[in-house]
Design a binder for this molecule. Structure first.
Ligand code: ATP
Ligand code: MG
Length: 370
C-alpha cells in the first residue's frame, strides 16, 4: 500500500443510518489522530412523508423511505459526503432468544444451533437469516435444574447459553432496496440494540438497563458484560404521550407535540405533568416488572438505567424515571464517544439520546474500515 492510499484511507468518512418508525437519523464521523470525530449529523421526521405529523410513527413503502433519507443527507445543514454506512434494523423486525445447548465444539454447535433454533422461530428456517453467539461461560451461573441434578447425583453435562438472532429475509430485502435507491454502500445491517450498546455503554461489568423510548414503543434491554441478557418491547412510546396530551386538552396533535417538547415533564405545568405521567407510569411499571424478573432469575441487582431515543429528551424525565425504577437513571450521551467542538457540547448532550443508534452504527463502520 502506498503512502498516498494510506493517507486517503485516513480521510474516509463513514455514516450511521437509523431508520426509526417516526424519524431517520444520520451521523457522519471520521478518524483523525486515532479519534472518532463528529463531522455532521441530522434527523428528519417521517410523518409528513406518510399521513402523520412530526413525532408520530408511520409505515412507509421503501421508495418513500429512500426519498426521505436522500433528502436528509442533502439538507444544507447536514450535507453528508460519504456513501459508506451501516444501517440499523428495528428490534421489532428481529427475533432474539437465548437457548441452552450442551457445551460441544463450535463446529458441532454450528450444526446443532439452527436445528434447535427452529423450536423458537415461528417461521420456516429458510425464511430467516440466522446469527448466533455463545454467551461466555463465566457469565452463566448453574441453573436451578443443574443444581438439582447435581444434588441428586445425576452426571452433570456442561451447558452453554447461546444468543440466537433471526431476521426475516423480507426485512433484509426491504433494507437492501432502500440502500440501493439511496445510492449508499452499506457495510452491514445491525439490529439497533447492538448499535445503541456500542454508543453508550462503558466497561461496566454489572448489569445495566437500556431503555430506548422511540415513537411507537419503548424497547428494554438488560445488558451484562456487553451481552444482551433480556430484551422486551413495551407497546407505549413518545407518540402516546403526545396523543394523550392532545385528547386530554382538546388540542391538535401538532400543538400537543410542541407543548410536550417545550414544557415536557419539567413540572412547570402541573396539569401537563399529570397527563404525561399517565403514560410514563405504564412504561415504568412494565420496566419494573422486567427488572424484578431479571433480578430474581439471575440473583443480582441492575446497577443503573440509561435512557435513549427521542422520548428520553423529554424534560424532567430522568428524575421521574429514577424515582420509579429506584436505580440510578440518566440520559445516554453517545456523542461523548466522539470528539466535537466545545461550543456545541450542550446541544449534543440534549439531542444525544436520539442519536444513540446512528452513532453506534457509524462507530462500527469506522472500526471496520481500519
Ligand atoms: N424534546 C423532546 N421531548 C419529548 N419528546 C421528544 C422530544 N424530542 C423528540 N421527542 C419524541 O421522540 C419520539 C421520536 O424518538 P425516536 O426518533 O427515538 O423514535 P424512532 O426511532 O423513530 O422510533 P422507534 O425507535 O420506536 O422506531 C417522537 O415521538 C417525539 O415526539
Ligand atoms: Mg428508534
Amino acid at each position: 500500500m502506498s503512502f498516498l492510499s494510506l493517507f486517503s484511507k485516513e480521510e474516509n468518512s463513514v455514516l450511521g443510518v437509523d431508520i426509526g418508525s417516526s424519524a431517520i437519523k444520520v451521523v457522519q464521523i471520521r478518524k483523525k489522530n486515532g479519534q472518532a470525530v463528529l463531522e455532521t449529523y441530522g434527523e428528519l421526521a417521517l410523518g409528513p412523508y406518510g399521513n402523520a405529523t412530526i413525532g408520530q410513527a408511520t409505515v412507509l413503502p421503501q421508495e418513500k423511505v429512500a426519498e426521505a433519507l436522500v433528502n436528509l443527507m442533502n439538507e444544507k445543514e447536514v450535507s453528508v459526503t460519504t456513501a459508506m454506512c451501516g444501517i440499523s434494523i428495528p428490534f421489532g423486525s428481529s427475533l432474539m432468544s437465548v437457548i441452552e445447548m450442551p457445551a460441544v465444539s463450535p463446529k458441532q454447535l454450528a450444526v446443532m444451533v439452527p436445528i434447535e433454533a427452529r423450536k423458537y422461530i415461528p417461521v420456516p428456517i429458510t425464511e430467516v437469516m440466522l446469527d448466533w453467539s455463545v454467551i461466555p461461560k463465566s457469565d452463566t451461573r448453574p441453573s436451578l435444574e443443574e443444581e438439582e441434578a447435581r444434588k441428586v447425583g445425576v452426571p452433570n453435562i456442561p451447558k452453554v447459553d447461546i444468543l440466537v438472532v433471526a431476521i426475516h429475509n423480507e426485512t433484509i430485502a426491504r433494507y437492501k432496496d432502500i440502500v440501493e435507491r439511496s445510492h449508499l454502500d452499506a457495510g452491514f445491517f445491525e439490529i439497533e440494540i447492538f448499535s445503541s450498546m456500542r454508543a453508550i455503554l462503558d466497561e461496566s461489568i454489572k448489569p445495566v438497563l437500556i431503555m430506548d423510548m422511540g415513537a411507537a414503543s419503548t424497547k428494554l434491554y438488560i445488558v451484562e458484560r456487553g451481552i444482551v441478557k433480556t430484551s422486551h418491547t413495551i407497546n407505549r412510546g413518545a407518540q402516546d404521550i403526545t396523543q394523550t396530551i392532545s385528547k386530554s386538552l382538546g388540542i391538535s396533535v401538532q400543538d400537543a407535540e410542541v407543548m410536550k417538547r417545550r414544557v415536557g415533564a419539567s413540572g412547570e405545568d402541573k396539569t401537563l405533568l399529570e397527563i404525561i405521567n399517565l403514560i410514563l407510569e405504564y412504561i415504568f411499571s412494565e420496566a419494573n416488572r422486567i427488572i424484578l424478573s431479571f433480578e430474581k432469575k439471575y440473583n443480582k441487582p441492575i446497577s443503573k438505567a440509561i435512557l435513549v431515543g427521542g422520548g428520553a429528551a423529554l424534560k424532567g424525565l430522568a428524575p421521574i424515571a429514577q424515582n420509579s425504577l429506584k436505580i440510578e437513571t440518566f440520559a445516554g450521551n453517545p456523542f461523548s464517544k466522539l470528539s466535537a467542538p466545545a461550543f456545541i457540547e450542550e446541544v449534543l448532550r440534549d439531542t444525544g439520546p436520539e442519536f444513540a443508534v446512528a452513532v453506534g452504527l457509524a462507530l462500527r463502520r469506522l472500526s471496520e474500515e481500519e
